[in-house]
Design a binder for this molecule. Structure first.
Ligand code: GLU
Length: 485
């Protein structure tokens, strides 16, 4: 059996979009599932779309997500170079284009823009141009004279105009198109660079790629690629075209919606592992209902035959849930490292930030959620005295006032402000009064936090606040309740 080889072949045109990440991930999983090789190839032949720094974004994203490539521009390999502009400099594409010309499968085209424009027509409101094979009929002498005169040219594929071309895609099945629809696409542009359409075929063959994984926007061009493989007498790779990704409104993901690129998601407080897990499920589902997968588990479970052709919906609610699961499962030190900047955004006082972090670890879905849970540690908010009323705890304004007044001297006398010691001291009062714990803790927690919901109980909060601030807040509560009498 031949070794499986897949590639991720991004164009360095900006951010790494979710669709690109999914292509990279699926290509990685298909290779690794079979113990194969995963290759990174940079497709920079479209010099106009090249964006400075985009290659670094690709490297960083692949590193952060754990999609480790076996061969690529940065680590080399046996079938380099792995950057298309370097391959172009070596003359690889021109060499292969000339082979096609010799076989009659491609031809030089010297038509200028004016002539090409005259071939444009409108179909369903869209302007399309089908080349009319004008230059196919130039004589050998004419071609040579033009070349000698330095006339600008492109090289076009010579496609048949009759019959059908059929190809197989693993996800979409057999697809047939009428050859009359196959335009004589450009293989080599006038700047000497190959088009994606040509370079991908040449490189996938020379780099021994067995499975081509990419977005379904390439599906309609695949018959032309097949014709190129056939023209060269090369084996056609296995095609795996992935479904479209839409937003919750079933529209294409837009750059503005905030969920379009990997970096956008990380900047919003998502964890890399959760994003990878989530992206894996955009179009693929396992045979059981498992939803949480580490990268290693994905490698084990991934079977591309289970990729669906229906559009995958980017469900932000699900991603947030998943992220929360990753945060819960995260090792505390790693969590703290990631949480600290968010905590420091709201807490400037000298408090035990690790304790605060531990309180919120199981309560957040994304890191920015932290702020709303912990802001009361920094400043006691203005709060509604009605918060002291709790039916189940049987507390009201009067009982709360009595409890706060009773516990104030206990808390003032208390030296040890550890959670356990505070709890023990207050439990003594609870038993003495013969009331339920909540009857006492509810008003205390309300007074020290000013919040209906807190990430921890009264004594844990006081442990972090310390004696002075806790007492100040209890006194404030007493004042507030007295004003209600
Ligand atoms: N360079 C193409 C892109 O970034 C890659 C398509 C492919 O995977 O073949 O869209």
């Amino acid at each position: 059996m031949t070794k499986i080889r897949t590639r991720y072949a991004p164009s360095p045109t900006g951010k790494m979009h979710v669709g690109n990440l999914r292509t990279a991930l699926y290509a990685y999983l298909i290779a690794k599932h079979e113990g194969g090789d995963f290759i990174l190839r940079i497709e920079d032949t479209d010099q106009e779309r090249f964006v400075e720094g985009a290659t670094e974004i690709i490297y960083n994203t692949m590193r952060d997500t754990g999609l480790k490539h076996d061969e690529g521009p940065d680590i080399g390999g046996p079938v380099g170079p792995y950057v298309q502009s370097d391959r172009q400099k070596q003359g690889i594409y021109m060499e292969y284009a000339k082979k096609l010309i010799d076989k009659g499968e491609a031809y030089y085209c010297f038509c200028d823009q004016e002539r090409l424009n005259s071939l444009k027509r409108e179909v369903n409101g869209e302007e399309i141009m089908t080349y009319d094979k004008h230059c196919l009929h130039l004589s050998k002498e004419e071609v040579e004279a033009n070349l000698k005169a330095g006339k600008p040219f492109v090289i076009r594929q010579n496609n048949p105009t009759e019959g059908k071309t059929t190809f197989h895609d693993e996800i979409y099945g057999d697809i047939s198109v009428d050859n009359s629809e196959l335009d004589d696409m450009v293989l080599i542009k006038s700047d000497g660079f190959p088009t994606y359409n040509f370079a991908n075929v040449v490189d996938d063959h020379l780099q021994q790629i067995t499975h081509v994984v990419r977005g379904n926007e390439y599906l309609s061009s695949s018959p032309k690629y097949n014709r190129l493989y056939d023209a060269f007498g090369w084996k056609v790779p296995v095609y795996v075209h992935c479904p479209t990704i839409t937003n919750e409104e079933h529209k294409k993901l837009s750059k503005r919606s905030g969920h379009s690129s990997y970096q956008d998601l990380i900047d919003q407080g998502f964890v890399s592992e959760a994003v990878v897990n989530f992206v894996a499920l955009l179009g693929w589902s396992p045979e059981n209902n498992q939803e949480i997968f580490s990268l290693d588990e994905l490698v084990k479970e991934f079977n591309y035959k289970n990729i669906s052709k229906s559009p995958a919906v980017f469900d932000m609610v699900k991603l947030k849930w998943m992220n929360g699961e990753y945060i819960k499962a995260m090792d505390f030190d790693k969590f703290y490292e990631m949480a600290e900047p968010y905590i420091k955004k709201v807490i400037t006082k000298d408090l035990d930030l690790k304790k605060i972090a531990a309180m919120v670890k199981t309560r957040i879905e994304i890191f920015p959620d932290i702020e709303g849970h912990i802001d009361f540690f920094e400043t006691l908010p203005e709060y509604d005295p009605q918060m002291y009323v709790h039916k189940k705890m049987k507390t009201n304004l009067e009982t709360s006032l009595k409890v706060l007044k009773d516990v104030l001297p206990i808390l003032e006398a208390q030296e040890d402000y550890s959670n356990d010691a505070l709890y023990a001291a207050l439990s003594e009062y609870v038993s003495k009064e013969g009331v339920k714990t909540g009857f006492v803790m509810w008003p205390i927690r309300t007074a020290v936090s000013g919040k209906q919901m807190t990430p921890a109980g009264a004594t844990e909060i006081m442990e972090v606040l310390g004696k002075e601030e806790s007492i100040r807040r209890i006194k404030k509560g007493i004042e507030l309740l007295e004003a209600q009498q």
